[in-house]
Design a protein around this ligand. Structure first.
Ligand SMILES: *Cc1c(COP(=O)(O)O)cnc(C)c1O
Length: 454
């Protein structure tokens, strides 16, 4: 281990040339998707109404490595490889024998890891002759990433933004508009799914599940338009593996290997991105621990059920076997908007079910406390989502101190929080509430799960 490390940079030539497809190495593969229309296993043709063929091939691929197109890799060069930092300020503050490292994915203009997949998805859609992409955004990071990617490839972009975020985060809206996107508050009256929600509840503040329904409907009803999803799907997790592939090289360069890795988990893509390349070793016997960190307001892995469920509220997206709180479950409006999804990636879910990864949940007050501690010690203001991983990393470092043992901790700083300053203000004014998920709401929602005969 090299003692003097502050930051590990890699040259451009070390940007990965291939993504890592963990499915190739999983002892139990994720279950196939089912069609909400036929109730049978989805055939690729059904999904071709909304996705380009090359992404569907990736979605179902069992090849261990998949080439990154040169054009995408060239765009990655604008900000990749991303730095790996040693959290010296935080270590000192905590007076811990643990060594803490973090991979920082917030160095691009959109401020999160999501650009890794947005560029790839826009590329394959452009190649397939598509003119416009539709999508949803919760916190605004995904909408920002896709807007920028579409602008790179000359595609139009329509973003259905969950209404509560549309109102909470006006500058995310401005960012997307600057990149040329059309931003619509969801639920809207532009789609049948949006109108159905508004009829029942005109004041609905929206949810990711509702916004997905609107975006999918938009794509399915326009032949020149495809749909794009920022998390959950296999190909999204695949594209994010550049994070872990780089981090592995960076740690190797300084002769380190993590004992434990933390990443926050909404749909699971930044967790997948950092953790999957390390799980390659775990399948061969490494003792490494990987922990997904979620909010207590939307505790999909720690409190959900492992079952088939719809990916969205209006039941237009495929049915996925995953940990879920039920597609009708609308989590409280916590400020980590990117973690408010009722389900999780099928791959991450299967790995959790099979005991390869762990999960923990935290309330938002303790998460913001960790965020502020980190900001003051390290000089980067973290996204509320990423701060879940910080909370868990700090607690692990404190345990290391109590046990008087060294430990190498790695976490994903999936994004910065510079568009989330109003949430920080609420924290300083003691106006943030710790919201527990409502167990009755989940029980009720789970009764509406689809019945799939495997
Ligand atoms: C969207 C987002 C997340 C949550 O999504 P995952 O797919 O679980 O990674 C986490 N952190 C940031 C900064 C995000 O923008």
């Amino acid at each position: 281990m090299r003692r003097d490390v502050v930051k590990v940079n890699l040259p451009d030539s070390e940007i990965p040339r291939q993504w890592y497809n963990i499915i190739a190495d999983m002892p139990v593969k994720p279950s196939p998707y089912y069609s909400p229309v036929t109730g049978k296993v989805v055939v690729p043709e059904e999904m071709e109404a909304i996705f380009p063929r090359e992404l569907l091939v990736q979605e179902m691929s069992t090849d261990r490595f998949i080439d990154i197109p040169e054009e995408v890799r060239e765009l990655y060069r604008q900000w990749r490889p991303t730095p790996l930092f040693r959290a010296r300020g935080l270590e000192k503050l905590l007076d811990t024998p643990a060594r803490i490292y973090y991979k920082y994915e917030g160095t691009n203009a959109t401020g999160s890891h999501k650009l890794n997949t947005a560029l790839a998805q826009a590329y394959y859609n452009k190649k397939a002759g598509i003119r416009r992409l539709s999508t949803e955004t919760g916190a605004g990071q995904w909408g920002s990433a896709l807007s920028m990617a579409c602008s790179h490839f000359g595609l139009d972009c329509t973003v259905y933004m969950v209404k509560v975020s549309y109102e909470q985060k006006p500058y995310r809206r401005s960012f997307m508009r600057t990149m040329g996107a059309r931003v619509i508050a969801s639920p809207s009256n532009l789609t049948a799914s949006g109108r159905a929600i508004l009829e029942k509840d005109p004041d609905s503040t929206g949810s990711l599940g509702i916004a997905i329904s609107e975006a999918v409907e938009d794509a399915a009803t326009h032949s020149d338009t495809n749909y794009s999803l920022g998390s959950v799907l296999n190909h999204v997790c695949l594209h994010q593996t550049v994070i872990g592939l780089e981090a592995k090289k960076q740690l190797e360069m300084i002769d380190e290997y993590p004992d434990v890795i933390f990443a926050c988990c909404g749909g699971g893509s930044n967790f997948a991105g950092l953790v999957f390349p390390f799980l390659m070793d775990k399948f061969k016997g490494s003792k490494l621990r990987a922990v997904a960190v979620e909010p207590t307001a939307c505790p999909t892995l720690t409190k959900g059920v492992f079952a088939y469920d719809y990916g969205d509220t209006a039941k237009v997206a495929p049915i996925v076997k995953m940990y879920t709180l039920g597609h009708d479950f609308v989590p409280a409006g916590i400020h980590a908007g990117g973690l408010r999804y009722h389900g999780a990636s099928a791959i991450v879910s299967q790995l959790y079910h099979d005991g390869f990864i762990d999960a923990v949940a935290y309330g938002q007050k303790s998460v913001f406390e960790a965020a502020v501690t980190f900001a003051r010690a390290e000089g980067i203001i973290p996204a509320p989502e990423s701060s879940h991983a910080i909370r868990a990393a700090i607690d692990e470092a404190v345990r290391a101190k109590e046990e008087g043992r060294e430990r190498v901790i790695l976490f994903n700083l999936s994004g910065h929080g510079y568009f989330d300053m109003s949430a920080y203000d609420l924290y300083f004014e003691d106006r943030l509430e710790d919201v527990e998920y409502r167990e009755e709401a989940v029980m009720k929602s789970i009764q509406a799960l689809p019945k799939i005969a495997e």
